[in-house]
Write a protein that binds this ligand. Structure first.
Ligand code: PLP
Length: 411
């Protein structure tokens, strides 16, 4: 018998090299450590409405209670038939033609479906176009699956719209798909129809699959309209992602779905792969699925929060104005979701590390935020604020930031 080498280190897989998720990364771990030591922290690292007293509508809670007995059993891998039907009708309401029950998959949040959709597709070395800044799960999962995540620029000067020339420049014969996050996390941008049509034309010319993450589509302000990629490009293979975490304030339910539309005939084998992966995880959380019909029958329940006088709208107005008043900070006004992605004057503060910036702010003022690199932003000049807390708390946070920056110098 060979002697046991008890000193041999057990290592994580090399597949996790270059995979990160800084929204819950080292700075967030430090906040957890401080919290355990009894130092109260305001956590602004995740878009988690119930944490700030924005709860699911009563009908959703009632539907969950009513659905509990039905939810004790597994469902088939697609999901509860009544949920699938409600999602199908939702796709029609978004102007998308031809989505059938077999094109819809429910998941434990959009997060799980991003994994399934990418795992079923990617071969080692494939290139996936992903926005920068991005919701970082797209980059992490693509990398984990063996793809090369190629980031296309969203242009702050242009209200954070995707830079179409940059997209064109980054396409080559290995590019397989493009990810569109609209409305966008972390910038709060909402893409106009004309801009999306141009982007989709590029996808058409280069035969790219479109992954359209639309989880914030019901959190749009200023009477603007959200346009689904799948509705604008019925000829392309589009996988659309959505769920109840944000629109119905139930992120803990882990309730999401995706549907496949457009060039489905060509994608039968790919969809078979999705079906197989969905089956391997048996089914999505059934209790969460049991509220989908109620949620989508009442699809715009967040609307009062998004109008003048509504909480999210007024919080946006406040934080946008207040952050722009702080010397050295500036921000584009978000149009949707509940995030602001301010720019820091790096010269003024000698910033060399955005992660150090948010860590220093956490240590000095006990507020947790996420640095721009956490969203795969190439510079050190941004950070993200989740503006879900009520105005008195946001005001306190902005005052702390103002104070912090008065004599802050990194180098
Ligand atoms: N997509 C985007 C753009 C997000 O911002 C988030 C969460 O913040 C997700 C997907 C994941 O959502 P879910 O809670 O459905 O997993």
């Amino acid at each position: 018998m060979p002697e046991k080498d008890t000193d041999k280190k057990i290592r994580k897989t090399s597949k996790l090299c270059n995979v990160g998720y800084d929204i819950r990364g080292p700075v967030s771990d430090e906040a957890i450590r401080m919290d355990r030591e009894g130092i109260p922290i305001i956590s602004l690292n995740t878009g988690n409405p119930p944490e700030f007293g924005i709860f699911a509508p009563d009908e959703i809670e009632k539907a969950a209670i009513d659905g509990i007995r039905l939810s004790e059993a597994y469902t088939n891998s697609y999901g509860l038939p009544e949920a699938i039907e409600a999602i199908r009708k939702y796709s029609i309401s978004k102007g998308i033609a031809g989505v059938t029950g077999e094109d819809i998959f429910t998941g434990n949040g959009v997060s799980e479906l991003i994994s399934i959709a990418l795992q079923a597709l990617i071969e080692n070395g494939d290139e996936i176009l992903i926005p920068t800044p991005d919701y970082p799960l797209w980059t992490s999962v693509s990398t984990l699956c063996g793809a090369k995540a190629v980031h296309y620029l969203c242009d702050e000067q242009a209200g954070w719209l995707p830079d179409l020339d940059d997209i064109r420049k980054k396409i080559n014969s290995g590019t397989k798909a493009i990810v569109v996050i609209n409305p966008n996390n972390p910038t709060g941008a909402l893409y106009p129809k004309e801009h999306l049509l141009e982007l989709l034309e590029i996808a058409r010319q280069h035969d790219l699959i479109v992954f359209s993450d639309e989880i914030y589509d019901r959190l749009v302000m200023d009477d603007l309209e959200h346009h689904s990629c799948a509705a604008l490009a019925p000829d392309l293979l589009v996988v659309t992602f959505n769920g109840l975490s944000k629109s119905h304030m139930t992120p803990g339910f882990r309730c999401g779905w995706m549907y496949i539309s457009g060039a489905k005939e060509r994608a039968k084998d790919y969809v078979e792969g999705i079906r197989m992966l969905s089956s391997m995880r048996l089914c999505a959380n059934v209790l969460a699925q049991s509220v989908i019909k109620t949620a989508l029958d009442n699809a715009y329940c967040a609307a009062p929060l998004l109008k003048p006088g509504g909480r999210i709208y007024e919080q946006r107005e406040f934080i946008y104005r207040r952050i722009n008043e702080i010397p050295g900070l500036s921000s584009v006004k978000p149009k949707a979701a509940f995030y602001l992605f301010p720019k820091i004057d790096v010269k003024k503060f000698g910033i060399v590390s955005d992660e150090q910036f948010v860590l220093d702010f956490l240590h000095d003022h006990r507020v947790l935020m996420t640095h721009g690199k956490g969203f795969n932003w190439p510079g050190v000049d941004h950070f993200r604020i989740v503006y879900l807390p009520e105005i008195d708390i946001l005001s306190d946070i902005a005052d702390r930031m103002d104070e912090f920056l008065k004599d802050y110098r990194q180098s």
